[in-house]
Write a protein that binds this ligand. Structure first.
Ligand code: CA
Length: 467
């Protein structure tokens, strides 16, 4: 056991700029007068686009995440690096772009490709934290098992999802009994609460991953009943099936992989499905609330950094798409991101700077006083946590690919979104978010913004090279 652990920690110690000094701060040996380490509570939701009250959504009730946003910094332009679970999570948890991890699907395990990468929980464990995992953090059974002090799951080989099963589930809405006690997400909150109680006196990095509102949309009846489906407005670019608008790149809208896979969505069914998704968001918020209430009850809120994050965006009928995979649109890549760091001067405010999921890793390191391990490709958000309007020269990048090949590249600045397919020959799309928040007008070939396109193309070349 000791040998295994030592072997595990050696690459961390070799790669991390901070070694013995940080380890000397390990909790068991820390003198009483040493400043107390900040804890980390990292809450994740699966497939949650920012349809939340704190993000200005008119219908969805999310009082608990709203309260967290009110005491932290809400990032209004936060983007995933790949619109699919495993590539997005592998990128965020290693702090590297998917083009670096090489993880472009839901089957590959980052450590099989890069045994030397130091994952976020692995680093915190090496730096003396208890690292605790509950629920979906890595994708499916691809857990980075040894990164966790507690909760790591034995890794099993991934099998592709049976397409027949996927189709069978594709139009399903799941109504739960009671408060949803029988569902895994309820149990995830309960287990997280148990771990908070168990380890409240030790520095911890606790990751709590909910699996909803991922399909099938799931919630107790009372959350479904909160929304009248007739009051649900369909998106401006609603279509009954995946539809590439005229003048858009052919590859910009791929098939449905989650809902309405093999048939058209009628408007009434679409409203009902959107209602169920929003109910699932509200139920997730309710479970988040259970965890945050316990954090406060235990007196841990003042020395715990709380992050709330979604792994990618989601189409609810925009361009006829009911899924996320393949979408380099705003709706496919934008995620909720809230960071509540004790004492941050920007708490209670929102930032409109474009930020990336892979910025979370260096942010948590800096907030916890840990030197950055080598190889991270994001930027600490600490300057924005202290001043949400601080100067910020970093755009956000996303890619999408299939199996082993990158197919599309996207860059988001504060104003524009630009995406290329097959890096140019497959076409491009350019949207001006100052005038077109729903991405209804592709300006890629508009001479009036040729200079903007040139600049955005250069950003993609600088980031990804000539592919
Ligand atoms: Ca996901």
């Amino acid at each position: 056991m000791i040998t295994t652990l030592t072997r595990w920690l050696l690459p961390v110690l070799a790669l991390a700029a901070c070694t013995h000094e940080c380890l000397a701060q390990a909790p068991a040996q820390a003198p009483a007068q040493a400043p107390r380490k900040l804890n980390v509570l990292f809450i994740m939701s699966d497939d949650m686009r920012p349809d939340l009250g704190c993000y200005g959504h008119a219908t969805v009730k999310s009082p608990n995440i709203d309260r967290l946003a009110a005491r932290g910094v809400r990032f209004d332009r936060a983007y995933c690096q790949f619109p699919l679970c495993n590539p997005s999570r592998s990128s965020m948890l290693t702090g590297r772009h998917p083009t670096t991890t090489g993880v472009l699907n839901n089957l590959d395990f980052f450590r099989d490709l890069h045994s030397d990468f130091i994952s976020l929980p692995q680093y915190f464990r090496a730096m003396g934290y208890l690292t605790l995992r509950v629920g979906k953090i890595y994708h499916g059974s691809l857990d980075d098992t040894d990164s966790w002090t507690e909760g790591g799951e034995q890794r099993k080989p991934r099998k592709p999802v049976d397409p027949k099963q996927r189709i069978k589930n594709s139009d399903r809405i799941v109504e739960l009994k009671g408060d949803g006690e029988a569902h895994g997400d309820y149990k995830t909150a309960t287990k997280t609460i148990e771990l908070l109680n168990k380890y409240k006196d030790r520095p911890f990095f606790l990751a709590c991953g909910f699996t909803r509102p991922h399909s099938p949309p799931t919630a107790p009846k009372k959350f479904m009943d909160m929304i009248d489906p007739r009051a649900v407005a369909l998106p401006k670019n609603f279509a009954p099936r995946p539809t590439v608008p005229a003048g858009y790149p052919k590859g910009c809208v791929t098939g449905n992989g989650d809902l309405f896979i093999q048939r058209d969505a009628s408007e009434a069914e679409a409203r009902d499905m959107i209602r169920a998704y929003w109910a699932s968001v509200s139920w997730t918020d309710w479970n988040v609330g259970r965890v945050l209430a316990e954090l406060e009850r235990l007196g841990l809120a003042d020395n715990t950094i709380v992050v709330f994050w979604g792994d990618h965006g989601y189409h609810l009928g925009e361009f006829g798409k009911w899924a996320k995979h393949g979408s380099l649109f705003e709706i496919g890549t934008r995620v909720p991101l809230i960071v509540a760091a004790p004492g941050a001067k920007g708490n209670g405010k929102a930032s409109s700077r474009p930020v990336q999921s892979l910025d979370i890793y260096p942010t948590l390191c800096e907030l916890c006083g840990l030197d950055l391990p080598k190889g991270l490709e994001g930027h600490s958000l600490k300057p924005l946590l202290d001043n949400p309007a601080a100067k910020w020269d970093h755009p956000a990048f996303s890619v999408y690919g299939n199996a082993k090949k990158v197919i599309g590249l996207a860059v988001r600045t504060e104003r524009y979104r630009y995406a290329e397919y097959d890096t140019g020959p497959g076409g491009a799309m350019l949207f001006d978010h100052a005038n077109d928040p729903h991405e209804l007008r592709n300006l890629a070939d508009d001479p009036a913004v040729a200079d903007v396109r040139r600049e955005l193309t250069q950003m993609l070349r600088k980031q990804f090279g000539t592919r």
